[in-house]
Ligand binder design. Structure first.
Ligand SMILES: [Zn+2]
Length: 464
């Protein structure tokens, strides 16, 4: 609207000469133009001037050649009479509520959206589709000229590559609807901000989509505790891919880009990571020095838990004797999913004496992890597992006083303290030709990252 008002004001200055020849046209244009600009006080004055004191209008007249003016005014009238509005579909939308929000008052269009086999798909499926309507600018809403709707691809296989564009258009023969599958484009965007209250307030300020915020938290998971540790003054910058449909970042889930580089400053520590994919391998985040951010072992097989019994000597509650506790106990409700902490193969899945239902995973380097007292086992012996996959659920089978997970880490048959393992575990490192390629890419990403900090989307984003 701002832009339109600006344009309207500009054209007003040039319309004076036309008014002498076509006073009615001018008055109509002024009305149209002022309706659009929405400046009421401004609107009343010039209208009365047209009727009584046309002299006043002359004060805004510029030296322009009279020839083009009539055409210009006509073009202006035609152009400015149309109103463009954008919005998103909502789960509660009906044809009427959707059109009303877009400033459309058009029973024919409403009926068309309900009945036409193509147009009616606008209101089906998930909400959050991007709408753009062109209407006549009639007070109280105008007739629909064009409605363009952009939403997810029609089949799941193309969710990350295509979008659906439905165009409803008024033609000489009434309304028509066309549905197309159009390739999305990937754009590189950046965001940076400093935390003043919460992380999410800061990422909103940087206009980062939620899934990008989530990826940023994942990539620095081993460096910063995003659940507890974020403090005012912490700052971040990310360079990420945004999927766009006709130039607009898509609003629906399933078509999400990736964080390409990130920097998180937490207190006095600076953490940086870039995305890199080795030929024929899964991509991963690396430090600028080329060290993988992902450790071979996760800190805990449970997403949220507390250690109720550590790795030490203890008085066994059931056996009533002192003995070494060769693992740790993690308190969690019955049924909580249990994740394998590293890649490996299932060496055992079944029942064993005190352990109850137990899963034992074999990892590289003669290492094993043990998950005991499970209420449920989700894997079979011999099956390969990847870090983070669910292998069962917390229970109280075997010698357990209540639901908890008994977790052991063995190196060549001997139990070690699992809490020390994850932090000390190896991460992948790049070498040789791959490393040279990484360094080129990493330098470029780092430059983009620094640029996003200097010219941030949000305010307060400059970091030293
Ligand atoms: Zn235990």
């Amino acid at each position: 609207m701002n832009n339109l008002g600006e344009k309207a004001r500009l054209h007003l200055a040039h319309a004076d000469l036309t008014v002498r020849r076509h006073p009615k046209t001018f008055s109509a244009i002024v009305t149209a133009v002022l309706t659009l600009s929405g400046v009421t006080a401004f609107g009343v004055a010039p209208l009365s001037m047209v009727d009584s004191t046309p002299k006043n209008i002359q004060t805004v007249t510029e030296s322009v050649s009279p020839e083009g003016l009539a055409a210009q005014a006509e073009a202006l009238a035609e152009y400015e009479m149309l109103l463009h509005r954008s919005d998103l579909t909502r789960s509660t939308d009906t044809a009427d509520t959707l059109l009303r929000r877009l400033g459309v008052s058009d029973p024919e269009a409403s009926a068309f959206l309900r009945k036409d086999p193509v147009a009616r798909t606008i209101l089906s499926g998930r909400p959050g589709k991007m709408l753009r309507a062109v209407t006549e600018s009639t007070p109280g809403g105008g007739e629909l000229q064009e409605l363009v709707v952009r939403g997810p691809a029609s089949d799941d296989a193309h969710l990350t590559s295509h979008f659906t564009r439905i165009t409803v258009r008024r033609t000489d023969h009434g309304l028509t609807a066309l549905s197309e599958q159009v390739p999305m484009k990937i754009e590189t965007r950046s965001g940076a901000a400093t935390v003043t209250t919460t992380l999410f307030a800061a990422t909103d300020e940087a206009r980062m989509p939620d899934h990008i915020t989530g990826q940023m938290a994942d990539m620095f998971d081993n460096d910063v505790d995003f659940r507890k540790d974020i403090k005012p003054g912490d700052s971040f910058a990310v360079v990420y891919e945004a999927m766009t449909a006709d130039g607009e970042p898509v609003t629906w889930s399933g078509a999400t880009g990736r964080v390409l580089a990130g920097r998180f400053i937490h207190g006095k520590e600076t953490h940086e990571a870039v995305w890199f994919q080795e030929a024929g391998k899964k991509g991963e985040y690396y430090s600028l020095k080329g060290q993988g951010k992902q450790k071979a072992f996760m800190a805990s097989p449970l997403a949220f838990s507390r250690v109720t019994s550590g790795f030490a000597m203890r008085f066994h509650p059931i056996l009533q004797t002192w003995r070494a506790h060769l693992g740790i106990d993690l308190g969690a409700p019955m049924g909580t999913p249990v994740h394998t902490v590293g890649n490996g193969v299932v060496n055992f899945a079944g029942v064993q004496n005190g352990y109850g239902n137990v899963v034992i995973i074999g990892h590289s380097g003669g290492r094993e992890t043990v998950y005991a007292h499970l209420s449920r086992i989700d894997v079979n012996k011999g099956a390969p597992v990847t870090q983070g996959s669910v292998i069962g659920a917390v229970g109280a089978t075997g010698w357990a006083t209540g639901p908890h997970l008994h977790f052991e880490f063995k190196v060549k048959g001997a139990q070690v303290d699992p809490t020390q393992v994850a932090r000390a575990s190896e991460s992948s490192e790049l070498s040789g030709a791959t490393r040279a390629r990484f360094e080129g890419q990493s330098r470029q990403m780092h430059a983009q990252l620094m640029e996003s900090i200097v010219r941030p989307v949000g305010k307060l984003a400059r970091v030293e």
